[in-house]
Each structure stands twice: as C-alpha cells, then as structure tokens.
Design a protein around this ligand. Structure first.
Ligand code: C2E
Ligand code: CA
Ligand code: CA
Ligand code: CA
Length: 279
C-alpha cells in the first residue's frame, strides 16, 4: 500500500498546498477587496412558464481580482464567512442589488423581481432586518420586487428565531425563497411554519429529470405540494428543452438556467431584457 500510495501522497500534498496558497492569497486580499469594491453582481434571468417571459433575476456575486481575474463565489464566500467579512460584503450585495433595481427602473425596464442570496452568518446577524429596511428605503425600491434566498440549513439552525426573523422580513413587504430545496434536512412540518413564498428546487434534481423515475416523482410531488400550498415554485439549473417540457407538464411556474441564459453582467442583462420585449 505504501508504494502505490507514494504518488497519491504527492498529488494530495500538492493539491493541499494549492488550496492553502489560494486560501491565504484570497483570504488576505478579501478585506482590501471590500474596501476597494472589487466585486460585481451578475444577474441570471428567471423565466415564467409556459409563456417564457422574463419575470425576475438572481443576483450572483463575482470578485474581479486585479491579478487573478474573475473569481467565483464558491471560492471566496466560505472565506468571507469564516472571517466575518461576509457582513460588510453581504451589505454591499444588498445595496448594489437595490441600486440595480433603481437603475433598471430608470432605464425603462418593466418591473422584475430581483433575488439576493444570504449566507448563514449573515442571517444570524442581529441588525440584518434593519439593514435591509434601510437599503430599501434609501433606494426607494418597491419591496415587492425584492426577494431573499435562504437555505434550509440556515433556517434549521435555530428554527424559532428564524421564524421570527422571517416574519420581520415579511413586514417589510419583501418575499422569501428557500434555495437548494431538497438538499437539506427539509422538514415538511417546518414548511408550514416558515412564512416563505417561494421554493427553489435544487439543480441536482433538475439535472436528472427524465433520466430517473424516482427523481422525476420527487420533482413532480414537490411542485404539486408547492402549488397546493400556494408557494411559487422555481426549478434551477435548467439546461435543456426536454427539462422544460417535463417541468411544464408538472406545472412548474418558473425556470432558471443556462438554457435561457448564464448570469450576465449588468450591461448584458439590460440588452437581454430589451431583446426579450422588443421581439
Ligand atoms: P446558488 O445560489 O445555488 O446559485 C446558483 C448557481 O448555479 C450559480 O453559480 C449559477 O451561476 C449556477 N447556474 C445557473 N444556471 C445553471 C445551469 O443551468 N447549470 C449549472 N450547472 N449551473 C447553473 P455561482 O454564481 O457560481 O454561485 C455559486 C453559489 O455561490 C450560489 O449558489 C450561492 O450559494 C453563492 N453565492 C453567489 N452569490 C452570492 C452572494 O451574493 N451572497 C452569498 N452569501 N452567496 C452567494
Ligand atoms: Ca441562490
Ligand atoms: Ca440554488
Ligand atoms: Ca447553493
């Protein structure tokens, strides 16, 4: 085992060194990056079925690193969580998203709903609701057009406190969505207690649509359940026409994924929107 393990060991060690280097480089740069606002939001359209109108978008952060170029959130959100920098970064995201809604309105884009992702540490932040309220007020954004995406595990941390926080958000007039639905330890009982409006079916389920009967049954039942609970249901990671056909058959209300568009920078999203209603 030792001789065969030898090469493995080097591969492992190198990979570990790479990770540690990336960790230090990125982690050290994060504070400065926040000060210098080296971030952008990209926007991925949300498409209503069956008419395929663009009715919303999800804001997704990218770090435009001066040397390394565009860095994906999976590579720095965990670092920001560990260091606590997610709090100023998360506030930047919310304010940027609000300003973007304002800019779209000024550009004459028909009103769409923009959603923003929250991280767990951010969700636990005591003055989060106040911060969101101020951002909405200061930008004059209609809270109806603003949505927060949360994950099941975030809510289950302290369910009772989560419920109260969600109610405070609801009082602001915005909507709440459960992201990656089906991947956490989702308790159906809690679905009834949490004041949420949208279920977002995780893309792992959408990936297997039409390939696996059990998977299809889960998706179909989830959509039926959401519909009968009067929750909006959206499928993420839609990459093919055949997936859209299946989802249409199940009466899924919205879809999001590469089939329609990758997340777009602000300028490209505006063009996408203009094309969607000019034609
Ligand atoms: P998420 O919230 O589940 O976002 C969906 C991810 O799937 C995005 O990756 C998106 O680009 C990608 N995606 C969209 N359509 C497709 C598709 O058809 N196929 C496939 N394979 N992927 C698709 P992205 O932008 O790299 O974001 C990754 C994760 O980073 C997000 O997952 C979210 O958890 C986190 N994240 C992104 N922006 C923020 C943010 O502003 N704040 C926080 N706290 N987390 C964020
Ligand atoms: Ca999301
Ligand atoms: Ca998701
Ligand atoms: Ca995710």
């Amino acid at each position: 085992a030792k001789s065969t393990g030898h090469n493995m060991y080097f591969v492992y060690e190198n990979r570990m060194a790479d990770n540690i280097n990336a960790h230090l480089t990125l982690g050290g740069g994060l504070r400065k990056a926040i000060e210098e606002e080296q971030f952008v939001l990209h926007y991925q359209p949300k498409i209503r079925l069956p008419d395929e109108a663009v009715v919303g978008a999800e804001a997704l952060i990218r770090w435009v690193h001066p040397e390394l170029g565009m860095i994906s959130p999976d590579q720095f959100i965990p670092l920001a969580e560990e260091s606590g920098l997610i709090l100023p970064l998360g506030e930047w995201v919310i304010r940027r998203a609000c300003r973007q809604l304002q800019e779209w309105r000024e550009a004459g884009v028909p009103p769409i709903k923009l959603s923003v992702n929250l991280s767990s540490r951010q969700f636990m932040q005591a003055d989060l609701v106040d911060m969101v309220r101020r951002a909405l007020e200061e930008t004059g954004v209609d809270p109806k057009n603003f949505e927060l995406e949360l994950t099941e595990s975030m809510l289950m941390n302290d369910a009772q406190q989560s419920i109260e926080k969600l109610h405070s958000f609801r009082k602001l007039g915005l909507t709440l969505s459960i992201d990656d639905f089906g991947t956490g330890y989702s308790s159906l009982a809690y679905l009834k207690k949490f004041p949420i409006q949208t279920l977002k079916i995780d893309r792992s389920f959408i990936h297997d649509l039409g390939l696996d009967c059990d998977n299809d049954a889960i998706v179909k039942a989830t959509i039926a359940m959401a519909n009968s609970l009067n929750l909006k249901v959206i499928a993420e990671g839609v990459e093919s026409r055949s997936q859209v056909d299946v989802l249409n058959g199940y009466e899924c209300q919205e879809v999001q994924g590469y089939l329609f568009s990758k997340p777009l920078c602000s300028a490209d999203f505006l063009t996408y929107m203009q094309n969607s209603y000019d034609t």
